[in-house]
Design a binder for this molecule. Sequence first.
Ligand SMILES: [Zn+2]
Ligand SMILES: [Zn+2]
Length: 505
Amino acid sequence: MEGRDDPRGSAVRRGRSLSRTAGAHRRDGGDPRRGCAGRQGLRAPRPRARRIRCEGRSGGRGSRSGASGGAARREAGARDRRGASGDPETARRTASHGDRSGRRCGGRQGEGSGSATRALVWAGVNELAVEQVEDPTILNAHDAIVRVRLTTTCGSDLHLLGGYVPTMRAGDVLGHEFIGEIVETGSEVKNHRVGDRVVVCSFISCGKCWYCKNELYSLCDNSNPNAGIPEMLWGQAPGGCYGYSHALGGWAGSHAEYIRVPYADQGAFTVPDGVSDERALFASDAAPTGWMGADLGGVRPGDTVAVWGAGGVGQMAARAAILLGAERVIVIDRFQERLGQVEQVIGAETMNYETSEVLAELRETTGGRGPDVCIEAVGMEAHRDRPDFAYDQLKQQLRLQTDRPTAVREAIFAARKGGSVFVLGVFGGFVDKFPLGPLMNKGLTLRFAQQHGHRYIPMLLERMARDELATEHLATHVMPLDEAPAGYGMFKEKTDGCVRAVFRP
Ligand SMILES: [Zn+2]
Ligand SMILES: [Zn+2]
């Protein structure tokens, strides 16, 4: 058996039970497993907080980024001026390597100085703030520090924002999909050097445990220091994920100027020169998640595939199905701008569920049989104008159930006999009225997973370099990190055609 390697630092041990942790809290008032920096829990003071309630707040503050837009050109120009090696900020950070190491475990970094990392933090349900947090530092020899170049919102962040995931704490840095540049490496990092432009998988994998060796990377046994929480909720713990609650490790997220990347040789992938930041960014999560849905959902040449949700993940799943040889791919959503992207960029058919009888039309269009593979890319806050949706929403708001499986149910009803349903949308707990009958009697295969991105990211970057996979159209709004609270408002309300709000720290 592999030795447990606590990614938070060599001096701390991975907790195995909540009771032990709770006891430790009682003894010294703090978490004994804490490292000193680069993760959530220890916060610098908040000298310049911009705290904004996110509910219903949206507006045109972000710059729309399109292939022909002036904003896109301005951003490209700024990127060129900054350059990978000529970046003065990088130079400053790398030059101060000794200082950074020397300050390790030195207490509250950034206090009264301007050197702290700016980040977007969760400040409460539907409350976000841009604050200064501690600089991340190298805690283990296989860590790297990455200066974030672009970091994107994700539909799954909205579950955190809305308070549907219970293990968030005020001050937690959000964000799990990012591309950046390595500014510091631990002594055991062999595959990367300072200056490398890398995209980082949102789930953290050690590369050495049984799960990682079996390519089940998001189930890594070593990357979630808070395993006791999910063990209580789910029986066993998945791996850790950046910026995604304490149940998934309490790792500081990527909506920040700098982020600590543990197991950097395993989780960071060098981006080919010809692939833009805006394209490679989505190799962090949306593209590998979508690819996994098509791959593990069993898409074969000639199949008909239906995808619920035309957000980033749904679009990537549809594109993957096409590249894996599906004959027909149909994407279902209600937002016309997103369906337009599906038709124009992804090359799939679309169905607007507000104007279509989805089940009847899917059946009719497949000669009465139904789709071979159904991929759900919606998650626990699905929407639908139907009685089962109203029932689910009420129960969820009363906290009688944690998730709304509206699209999962529909996918199960739509799939052909003997077909498969793959669930990519994020669910956290328990649901009511789950259709076991059709699953059993139609002989369906139902699968789920958080992304095993390490399987797919190198291949996806190659496809991006060959222009087989375009993703930059998903970044409809690119803006500075200071505007991230407004960006989340826009993303949440899907105003101004927002598919993904992307931040440039
Ligand atoms: Zn994501
Ligand atoms: Zn592992």
